[in-house]
Design a binder for this molecule. Structure first.
Ligand code: C5P
Length: 222
């Protein structure tokens, strides 16, 4: 199968030297790409700025802003069987990007922000979508409730939720623990383990779900 995977943070410029970003390391997305490559699947990895070696044999598309990630994802999604949107896309960007460095001022300074486009939501509501859509939900509270809400609102097939409130799992860490929510209300938990092991389990779950979905569609057509 062919998988599109997004990973890492995005950077939203404020002026030529400053940007808004987050603590995402890209480790989870890269581990998923590696696990899928090990099973001989084809990978398109759309990555924000990270300090990781790109996995060999993946087609890697490097982006910086949420708009660049949006364009890259929409360019390749329809060629893929599964889209896994693991990236921590910034929710807001500067309303106006200054072309010159903003000078320090003595007084209070506020920055006007506008929402970025939600890539997961846009794919979820794409007419006639053929690919399986997986989203991630990094939460600091009400993890299950928020993830289930996201699955419905963004119309995806699977949401992988993780608790990022502790310093020792989730963002930047090498370990994680996740709960996987499916469209039909089922859920599965993967307990605390290195991200590489979690990635192997996740890839199995995504492929199994996709195989069943595509088999069902074929039965309906025939
Ligand atoms: O709503 P929230 O940002 O928590 O949702 C997380 C999920 O949505 C992730 O899969 C992330 O990649 C995706 N997302 C996106 N575009 C955005 C914000 C989030 O694709 N602008």
């Amino acid at each position: 199968m062919r998988l599109l995977i997004t990973a890492g943070p995005t950077r939203e410029p404020i002026d030529p030297v400053r940007y808004i970003s987050n603590r995402s390391s890209g480790k989870m997305g890269y581990a998923i790409a590696e696990a899928a490559l090990a099973e001989a699947h084809e990978i398109i990895l759309i990555s924000g700025p990270v300090n990781l070696e790109p996995p060999g044999n993946a087609k890697v598309i490097s982006v910086s802003t949420s708009d660049e990630m949006f364009e890259a994802v929409h360019r390749y999604a329809d060629e893929c069987d599964i889209c896994v949107l693991c990236a921590a896309v910034a929710d807001y960007k500067a309303a106006n990007v200054s072309s010159t460095k903003i000078k320090k001022r003595g007084a209070k300074f506020s920055l006007g922000l506008i929402p970025t486009r939600d890539i997961l939501d846009s794919l979820g509501h794409q007419q006639d979508r053929q690919f399986v859509l997986v989203g991630f939900a990094a939460e600091t509270d009400h993890v299950e409730e928020n993830a289930a809400k996201k699955l419905r609102a963004k119309n995806c097939d699977i949401i992988v939720a993780n608790d990022v409130s502790g310093a020792d799992s989730g963002m930047e860490s090498d370990v994680n623990e996740v709960i996987i929510f499916f469209r039909n209300g089922e859920k599965k938990e993967i307990s605390r383990a290195p991200k590489k092991n979690i990635a192997r389990e996740l890839v199995k779950i995504f492929l199994d779900f996709a195989t069943k979905t595509f088999d069902k569609k074929n039965v309906m057509i025939n």
